[in-house]
Design a protein around this ligand. Structure first.
Ligand SMILES: NC(=O)C1=CN([C@@H]2O[C@H](COP(=O)(O)OP(=O)(O)OC[C@H]3O[C@@H](n4cnc5c(N)ncnc54)[C@H](O)[C@@H]3O)[C@@H](O)[C@H]2O)C=CC1
Ligand SMILES: O=C(O)CCC(=O)C(=O)O
Length: 409
C-alpha cells in the first residue's frame, strides 16, 4: 500500500507500517487545501487533526482508506468518502486515558485556580488571601455527558476523589456499559436538563455531530448551578461558545476547555479567543490526546487498521451503513478455482438478489475456500439448489438474519 501521512505522527507509526511492507510518505505540514493536489497515487491517508474535506475525495484516484489517528472523525467529510467508496476508520479508545487525565487536571486547575497561582508567583506576588478560597471536590456531583471510552475513565478517576457520578439514561446502551456504570455507582438522570440542574461539574465526552452541536446552549447553562464548572475536552462545537461567554461574564459558571470551535488545525498559529483568555477559564491547546503513551497506542492502532484492511477487513470503519447487512447470509464452501465466485454471483444476480457484503477466505493449503455473501431479498430453495450444483461448489448454507435460523441443503 502507498500511504500518505499528512500529520505529525510518532516515528513508530512509519516504522511499523514500513516493517509490514507498506510504502510511507510523511508530510506533516500538509494542510486541507494541499491535500487534493497531493492525494493522487496513494491508497491510504493517515491524519490526526488535518481536515479532509470533499475535494480530497473528488481528486483522489486510488484512495481506499482514510485512517483518523485518534477518536473523533468530525474533521473528515465521511459522507463524501462514502460516496466514493472510501472507508474512514478511527482508532477508538486508545487515547481515552490521556483525555481523562487532562479532564481531571482541568477540574483541579479550575477549582484551585492553579494557573493563576502559578502566574502570580512567577511574577513575584504572594497572595494566599486571594487563592486560599476554593470549594473543594469531595462529595460534589459530576454529570458526565457521553459515557463512552473517555467518559468511563473520567468516572473512574473522579470516583477516587470521592465525587458522586451521574449521567443521562440513553436508549441502546449495551449490557456491558450498564453493568460498568452500576459498578462505578453512576446514577442515571432522566434527561440532560436534570443532569444540568443537579451537577456541580459537567464534563462533555460526546462526539461532534448534528445531534450534539450546541448541546450545551443558553438554556443548558441557565439550568446549571451557580458557580458550577463546565469541562469540555470533546469538541468546541458541542458548546454554544457565545452563550458560554455570557454565562462566564455574569459569573454564573467556570470552565475548563481543551477544545474550541475555531481552533487552529496546525501545531502553531497566531490565535486568540475571548473564551480561552477569560479569567474564569482554564484553557489548553487541544492536547487531550497528546501524551507519548496515547500516541504510541494510537500508532499501534493505525498499523492494525491498515493491516486488517490489507487482509480485506474494514476495521473501526465509521462510514459503512450498519443496517445494510442484508436479510440473509449465504455461506458457499468451494474449491478455490477460477470462475467459481463469478458463477455464484451470476446465479444470485439472476435471482434478483442484491449483494450487501462479501468475503472469501482461502483455507490453509490453498485447495478450498469459503465465501460469505450477505444478500437482500428472498432466498428460494431453487436458488440454493442451483448454487449447490455450481461446478466446484462443495456446500451451501443460509442464515436468515432476522431469526438466526439456518438451513443447509
Ligand atoms: N481533546 C482531545 O484531544 C480528544 C477529544 N476526543 C473527543 O472525545 C469524543 C469522545 O471520545 P470517546 O469517549 O473515545 O468516544 P466514544 O465513542 O467511546 O464515546 C462517546 C459516547 O458518547 C455517547 N453519545 C453520543 N451522542 C450522545 C448524546 N447526544 N448524548 C449523550 N451521549 C451521547 C455515545 O453513545 C458514546 O457512549 C470524541 O468523539 C472526540 O471528539 C477524543 C480524543 C481526544
Ligand atoms: O490527535 C490529536 O491531537 C487530537 C485527538 C483528538 O481530538 C481525537 O482523537 O479525537
Amino acid at each position: 500500500m502507498r500511504i500518505l501521512l499528512a500529520d505529525k505522527l510518532p516515528e513508530q507509526t512509519v516504522q511499523d507500517l514500513e516493517d509490514h511492507g507498506h510504502e510511507c510518505v510523511s508530510e506533516p505540514g500538509l494542510k486541507a487545501d494541499d491535500l487534493p493536489g497531493r492525494i493522487g497515487g496513494f491508497d491510504v491517508l493517515v491524519v490526526r487533526s488535518t481536515k479532509v474535506p470533499r475535494p480530497v475525495f473528488e481528486a483522489a484516484d486510488r484512495l481506499a482508506l482514510v485512517v483518523r489517528a485518534g477518536a473523533g472523525t468530525n474533521t473528515i467529510d465521511t459522507d463524501a468518502a462514502a460516496e466514493r467508496a472510501v472507508l474512514v476508520s478511527n482508532v477508538p479508545g486508545r487515547n481515552a486515558a490521556a483525555v481523562a487525565e487532562l479532564t481531571l487536571g482541568l477540574l483541579l486547575a479550575v477549582d484551585r485556580r492553579i494557573p493563576d497561582n502559578v502566574a502570580d508567583l512567577r511574577e513575584g506576588r504572594w497572595d494566599k488571601t486571594t487563592y486560599g478560597k476554593a470549594e473543594g471536590l469531595l462529595g460534589s456531583t459530576l454529570g458526565i455527558v457521553g459515557l463512552g471510552s473517555i467518559g468511563f475513565l473520567v468516572a473512574e478517576r473522579a470516583a477516587a476523589f470521592g465525587i458522586r457520578l451521574q449521567s443521562v439514561a440513553r436508549e441502546g446502551r449495551s449490557a456491558a456499559s450498564l453493568a460498568r456504570a452500576e459498578e462505578l455507582g453512576i446514577t442515571m438522570c432522566d434527561s440532560l436538563e436534570e443532569l444540568a440542574a443537579t451537577s456541580d461539574i459537567v464534563s462533555l465526552h460526546v462526539p461532534s455531530n448534528a445531534g450534539t452541536k450546541h448541546l450545551v446552549d443558553e438554556a443548558f447553562l441557565a439550568r446549571m448551578r451557580r458557580g458550577a464548572i463546565l469541562l469540555n475536552t470533546s469538541r468546541g462545537d458541542v458548546v454554544d461558545e457565545d452563550a458560554l461567554l455570557a454565562a462566564l461574564d455574569e459569573g454564573r459558571v467556570r470552565a475548563g476547555l481543551d477544545v474550541f470551535e475555531d481552533e487552529p488545525g496546525s501545531g502553531r498559529a497566531e490565535w486568540s479567543s475571548p473564551l480561552a483568555q477569560h479569567p474564569a477559564v482554564v484553557a489548553t491547546h487541544h492536547i487531550g490526546a497528546s501524551t507519548t503513551q496515547a500516541q504510541m497506542a494510537i500508532a499501534r492502532g493505525v498499523t492494525e487498521i491498515v493491516d486488517a484492511f490489507t487482509a480485506g477487513e474494514a476495521r473501526h470503519c465509521v462510514n459503512l451503513d450498519p443496517d445494510r447487512l442484508g436479510s440473509h447470509a449465504i455461506k458457499v464452501r468451494h474449491l478455490d478455482r477460477v470462475g467459481v465466485l463469478a458463477r455464484v454471483l451470476d446465479r444470485l444476480s439472476n435471482a434478483g438478489l442484491n449483494v450487501q457484503h462479501m468475503t472469501n477466505r482461502v483455507f490453509r493449503g490453498g485447495e478450498a475456500a469459503v465465501a460469505s455473501i450477505d444478500v437482500e431479498g428472498d432466498v428460494s430453495a431453487e436458488l440454493l439448489d442451483s448454487l449447490a450444483r455450481t461446478p466446484h461448489v462443495l456446500g451451501v448454507a443460509v442464515v436468515t438474519m432476522d431469526d438466526g435460523a439456518g438451513t443447509s441443503p
